[in-house]
Design a protein around this ligand. Structure first.
Ligand SMILES: Cc1ncc(C[n+]2csc(CCOP(=O)(O)OP(=O)(O)O)c2C)c(N)n1
Length: 382
């Protein structure tokens, strides 16, 4: 099967102003739109992208279940947002940096982190909060929008060090655009013209605050104009469209034309189907059926139909993919649950000199461990 271009319209040309309708390549049922161009990805890459979106959805279900059983901590689900996450990950080159939020599990995976590593911070394992040795991913950012000026700073640093083939991509939500950090980061990205791609996953809600209470702007992408950079709106539930605009933005970041500036603000319009986190209850602030309209444009279903229509996917391959995903997930959960750690390390690396209150707590922990042994911790958890 071919992935030949099907029409002459380039995805970035339709969206230069940030107020246009979100760019789409696939319509809601996964058919390629008549004026759209399928990105230049091999058949193998297209199938792999579908598999990663499916894996992300199953990871989400599994993580929610683990949290309900008390086996991992509070979890931020991504269902509905997997297509955008996977697609931005596919657009990155290995040397590019990813600065993720607490919801970007799939983007981190696609950029090279293994599944068990995604679960490590949720299991309280200290190394889960470290920058991996071999993958350019920063630890997840919990404070909203902190990563935006940091992305600008990192990109500026790379530029000054002569690393012209490296770009920095950061994700954030619509809520982050109300923070000063968002504006400061975009402002200096424009002023210093640094290779940054800012991806706003506009999932319509910041916990219980709807998008229309976040900003009076018609779109989030149009905010880019104030900083002299390009703003692009894309259908965040259309993985091919998100891939195309992110890829173009990364290429421009590294190699702009004479009249172009390097940074881009991408607004990926999407929806968070589920709760903000496992500690949240959206039924208290959202209409029950609000998600239904969005589900009609579901990224997984769209990719499935797209691949089936092209003759690239059938029941046998689907079963193979499902089996592979279940095996991977089971192995990841088993490996992270088999990991051991010294609970006393929670007192390390925070203070140079531990305050008296924490010294007392550390001593209490030591005496409890001596008295009952470490197995007692597991019995309490079980
Ligand atoms: C600086 C800061 N203020 C408040 C919070 C509490 N908080 C956690 S998540 C959240 C909403 C974020 O919404 P959004 O940026 O749209 O991202 P989403 O969770 O929807 O992906 C808030 C206010 C925080 N983590 N950091």
């Amino acid at each position: 099967m071919s992935t030949q271009n099907e029409a002459d319209q380039q995805p970035d040309s339709a969206t230069a102003h940030g107020t246009a309708d979100p760019l789409q390549i696939l319509d809601a049922d996964g058919t390629v739109l008549s004026n759209a161009t399928v990105p230049d990805l091999s058949d193998g890459d297209l199938i792999a992208m579908y598999e990663d979106i499916k894996l992300a959805r199953r990871f989400d279900q599994r993580a929610i279940s683990l949290q309900r059983q008390g086996r991992i901590a509070t979890y931020a689900p991504m269902t509905g947002q997997e297509g955008a996450q996977v697609a931005t990950g596919y657009a990155l080159a290995a040397q590019d940096w990813l600065l993720p939020t607490y919801r970007e599990h799939a983007a981190k995976y696609v950029h090279g982190m293994d599944l068990a590593s995604l679960l490590k911070p949720l299991c309280g394992l200290r190394e889960g909060y470290a920058i991996p040795d071999d993958v350019n991913v920063m630890p997840e950012y919990i404070p909203i929008a902190t990563q935006v000026p940091q992305a600008t700073g990192m990109a500026w640093g790379k530029q000054r060090q002569g690393e012209t083939d490296t770009a920095v991509l950061c994700h954030f939500g619509d809520g982050a655009t109300s923070e000063g950090d968002f504006h400061e980061g975009l402002n200096f990205a424009g002023v210093f013209d640094v290779p940054t791609v800012f991806v706003c996953n506009n999932n319509q809600w910041a916990i219980s605050v709807p998008r229309e209470h976040q900003t009076a702007s018609e779109t989030i992408a149009q905010k880019a104009a104030a900083y002299g950079i390009e703003g692009v709106r894309v259908d965040g539930l259309d993985p091919l469209a998100v891939y195309a605009v992110t890829r173009a933005a990364l290429q421009k970041a590294k190699n702009p034309a004479d009249d172009e500036r390097r940074p881009t603000l991408i607004e990926a319009v999407q929806y968070r189907y589920g709760a903000h986190t496992t500690a949240d209850d959206p039924s208290t602030y959202r209409e029950e059926d609000e998600a239904e309209d969005w589900r009609e444009k579901d990224p997984l279903d769209r990719m499935q139909n797209f691949l089936t229509n092209r003759g690239l996917l059938d029941d046998d391959l689907e079963a193979e993919i499902d089996e592979r995903i279940e095996t991977q997930l089971t192995e990841a959960v088993e490996s992270v649950e088999a990991a051991t750690t010294d609970p006393a390390t929670m007192f390390d690396h925070v203070y140079d000199v531990l305050p008296a209150r924490l010294r007392e707590q550390r001593a209490e922990l030591e005496s409890l461990r001596e008295k009952y042994g470490d197995d007692a911790f597991h019995e309490v958890l079980e």
